[in-house]
Design a protein around this ligand. Structure first.
Ligand code: SG7
Ligand code: ZN
Length: 266
């Protein structure tokens, strides 16, 4: 058996066989039903502060591209996170082959063309990202819906480097400054719930914070994502329905089960 992926043979419906927790009751993503999201007056604004953040490596995992954070200072607090401080580990997106779908979370069944994830871990309670990722309350992921519109200047810095990591397993070492705050929408309204990593091992360790207002990227920028390949440079191009294109790398919504999605309105 090949590893997990997004094709019919190794896609999300097959994950629970290899990763039993993927069939659990606190999985992500979910469809956010707006009518079912009580505003919680105890929630407050997300406080994200980033300074001198440098990307150390940009890589193609075959499932997405990933910008690994190498240095700088970051602090994510507030909202549902209480007094714990979370720090930025990496960011990566999920996207579709066309603009009709691509986001992992959906809102009343509506998909966006892509979704960006800023992955943070709880430095107050854990001593490494790996430990936090496997523990309840370990991670906080900021999710931003991407729509097609203006070119995003900060995203362009990434897009310009993607041709160097066109295939799975490729990575480039960089020391590139990035301003993660430019990926947050102007309006701070968000949905929050307890969930999981959206890829294997699907650990149920994530406090999800999904912003209501999408951010814009250009069609050309999403096309740069879509030009990536999901197979190694020495392998033959897979002959499945995706033909080796790294697209459709989103997990469809999982059952909400007995969870509540709370809303904060900015
Ligand atoms: C992407 O999404 C990668 C993964 C990430 C996963 O496939 O960015 O990161 C690595 C280490 O390759 O997994 C543990 C982790 O961050 C799931 O992240 S997500 O739930 O935010 N989508
Ligand atoms: Zn993700």
């Amino acid at each position: 058996m090949v590893g997990w992926g997004y094709a019919k043979a190794n896609g999300p419906s097959t994950w629970p066989a290899m990763f039993p927790v993927a069939g659990g009751s606190k999985q992500s993503p979910i469809d956010i039903k707006r009518r079912g999201c009580p505003e919680d007056p105890r929630l407050n604004k997300i406080r994200a502060a980033y300074a001198d953040i440098m990307i150390s490596e940009l890589s193609n995992s075959g499932a997405s591209w990933k910008a690994q954070i190498g240095s700088g200072r970051s602090s994510l607090r507030g909202g549902p996170l209480g007094d714990d401080e979370y720090v930025l580990e990496q960011f990566h997106p999920h996207w579709g082959k066309t603009n009709e779908r691509g986001s992992e979370h959906t809102v009343d069944g509506t998909c966006y063309p892509a979704e960006l994830h800023l992955v943070h871990w709880n430095k107050s309670k854990f001593s490494s990202f790996a430990q936090a990722a496997a523990s309840e309350g370990g991670l906080a992921v900021l999710g931003m819906f991407l729509t097609i519109g203006q070119e995003h200047p900060e995203m362009s810095k990434i897009c310009n480097l993607l041709p160097f990591i066109s295939h799975k397993g490729q990575a480039i070492t960089v020391t590139n400054p990035v301003r993660p705050e430019t990926f947050l929408p102007k309006n701070g309204s968000y949905y929050t719930y307890s969930g999981s990593l959206t890829t294997p091992p699907c650990y149920e360790s994530v406090t999800w914070i999904v912003f209501e207002q999408p951010i814009q990227v250009s069609e050309a920028q999403l096309d740069a994502f879509r030009r990536l390949k999901s197979y190694h440079p020495c392998e033959d191009c897979p002959q499945d329905e995706l033909q080796g294109a790294l697209v459709e790398n989103y997990r469809p919504p999982c059952p909400l089960c007995d969870r509540v999605v709370r809303k904060y309105s900015d």
